[in-house]
Design a protein around this ligand. Sequence first.
Ligand code: SAM
Length: 232
Amino acid sequence: MKTTNVKASQLNYDKYSADKYDKDIVNSIPFHREIHDEIVKYIERLNISKNYHVLDLGVGTAITSRIIKDILPKSEFDLVDFSKQMLDGARKKMGNDNINYIMGDYSKISFDKKYDIIVSVIGIHHQNIIGKKKLFKKIFALLKPGGIFIFGDLVTYRDKNIAALNNAKHYKHLVDKSTDDKTLSEWAFHHMFLNDLSPIEDQIDWLKICGFKVYKKFLGLNTALLICKKNI
Ligand SMILES: C[S@@+](CC[C@H](N)C(=O)[O-])C[C@H]1O[C@@H](n2cnc3c(N)ncnc32)[C@H](O)[C@@H]1O
């Protein structure tokens, strides 16, 4: 078994213009908007005048971090991606005020800070089982006591019939929402050959084993949002 995820060169993000990516990700990931509505509800409960340290793993063009920064403007962000093209898109959205851009594979980087918030949206599903388990442990260790891991991602299910049904609906969503066949092929290929989805039930267990208290905030088709708390 591979010990980690696919490499940046195997994914298609470096070929994507940031503007097209922004539209395609929202169209191609079912409930991308809805999970962000939940993230907003959660972040709005925090202290807007506090300087939170935020780490975004697989930041892409920073759709999620931009939303968080708008609510928590005093916060400081470390944004990680192994695609230069995506990180350039993130830079356009976030600027340079209290923002650090880190180009590299998050599973290999040794971070030297502790964080209040670690977020990853549709950024971990390329990791295989070993990769995900290791990463969850690493995220737990990187959080300060009381810190939160906001984890939105594509998942599957232990029950193979439910997994098949949701996968079929995921492809239907791609067919319905893609603007043209080239885009459809791109995202269907990605889902079929590059994604490495793990059952939501397993992932919740792995997160709990690390020590997280896990709250399921959204689950629809293959899209999930978990808020994971490192209790004091
Ligand atoms: C589907 S995109 C999601 C981006 C963003 N979070 C969003 O919701 O729009 C996944 C991103 O994760 C990045 N990525 C995947 N695996 C990574 C890894 N091991 N290290 C760093 N970045 C990674 C990809 O380059 C890509 O930009």
